[in-house]
Ligand binder design. Structure first.
Ligand SMILES: Cc1cc2nc3c(=O)[nH]c(=O)nc-3n(C[C@H](O)[C@H](O)[C@H](O)COP(=O)(O)OP(=O)(O)OC[C@H]3O[C@@H](n4cnc5c(N)ncnc54)[C@H](O)[C@@H]3O)c2cc1C
Length: 325
């Protein structure tokens, strides 16, 4: 470990999600990890941060007119990140690969004159100590390695890149305020409507396991949702299934890009537009009644069969296996 300072963006601060714990785990391999936030962390969040080795959380003190919904604007988050880097002399900034964080990191990189890697699926250092981000691009057809040659490196990191691990020893976490001023012109927030997600399931973007249903479901997502609940997985769909009105969110190049540890496609043919959004998954299982379905070309495990038979059997075995543990 070097004497680098690694800043992790907490986004949002109220809860420390698994993707943030992954960033802390990656950060500890690169240097001393600190956190930056725009909101007051909860007691639970501070305990989790302490268990993951974060001694200091830098909390932005924003001008009064930016303390409401405006604090979510990417310009405000970017100004906070840039100010936090200057204050802590940080060498590396790690943020989750959400759309909002990606925009903020790009703006902060511009303000700092620093190298930016978006959507990294791996972060390491080369023999010269420079930060290296790897990622899969062009619909999963190329793996790229980017070496950051500036003093400061900013990266957004995809969920499920590493398994989060607590630090060897927990530490006490202190919150330190720091003033942030925003010089860039900002849009006015007139209304903010938070998306209410199904709290019982992980979010599609960050889930370690995703099961997606396609036109092969014939509109019955029951077996897909039941298997998802047996696995603790998020549920997605193909675009055609969403356009049929059978589900609300689809995976793919024009939908949500996912890279879970396990992706199960049920009744999905594997069209290029769909593959572009899931091909970077670590293990791909496909269930399809057509042995010639294109998704079988890219999957690790192929199950030829009717999903209405296969998925309930899988859910039953998984539940029995979990109950026996
Ligand atoms: C500009 C553009 C952007 C697009 N973006 C996206 C995108 O982001 N994401 C996306 O998903 N699509 C996208 N599409 C659509 C994409 O091209 C495909 O049309 C779509 O992915 C097909 O959905 P599907 O696999 O569910 O349906 P189909 O291609 O009809 O496949 C259904 C599959 O189900 C199988 N099946 C049928 N019955 C059963 C059963 N009982 N059990 C098991 N298997 C069964 C069939 O063998 C078949 O392989 C886009 C298209 C365009 C033009």
């Amino acid at each position: 470990m070097t004497n680098r300072t690694v800043l992790v963006l907490l986004d949002p601060a109220g809860e420390v999600r698994s993707s943030i714990l992954e960033l802390l785990t990656i950060g500890r391999a690169l240097g001393r990890v600190e956190a930056v936030t725009l909101e007051s962390p909860s007691v639970e969040a501070l305990a989790q941060l302490g268990a993951h080795g974060v001694e200091t959380v830098h909390q932005a003190e924003l001008p009064a007119d930016l303390r409401g919904d405006a604090r979510h604007l990417s310009g405000v988050v970017a100004a906070t990140l840039a100010a936090a880097v200057r204050r802590t002399d940080a060498d590396v900034v790690l943020a989750p690969s959400t759309f909002a964080a990606k925009e903020a990191v790009a703006l902060a990189g511009q303000a700092l004159g620093a190298g930016v890697v978006i959507d990294a699926a791996g972060v390491s250092e080369d023999e010269q100590g420079r930060i290296v981000g790897t990622k899969r691009v062009f619909a999963g057809s190329w793996d790229t390695t980017s070496v950051v040659t500036t003093d400061v490196a900013l990266l957004t990191v995809r969920a499920n890149t590493v398994v989060p691990k607590p630090a060897d020893a927990a530490v006490a976490t202190e919150v330190e305020g720091f003033a942030v001023s925003v010089d860039a012109p900002l849009p006015t927030v007139t209304q903010r409507v938070p998306v209410v997600r199904d709290a019982a399931r992980p979010t599609l973007e960050e889930a370690a396991t995703v099961i997606a249903g396609g036109r092969g479901t014939g509109g019955d997502f029951g077996p897909v949702e039941d298997l998802a609940d047996a696995l603790g997985a998020a549920v997605g769909a193909s675009r055609d299934a969403v356009f049929e009105g059978w589900f609300d969110r689809y995976v793919g190049q024009t939908g949500v890009t996912v890279a879970p540890r396990l992706y199960i496609g049920a009744g999905i043919s594997g069209a290029p537009h769909h593959r572009g959004g899931m091909q970077a998954s670590q293990v791909i299982v496909a269930v399809n009644s057509d042995p010639e379905a294109p998704i079988f070309e890219i999957c690790d495990f192929a199950v030829v069969g009717d999903l209405a038979d296969v998925l309930p059997q899988a859910a039953e075995v998984i539940r029995a296996h979990k109950a026996a543990r």
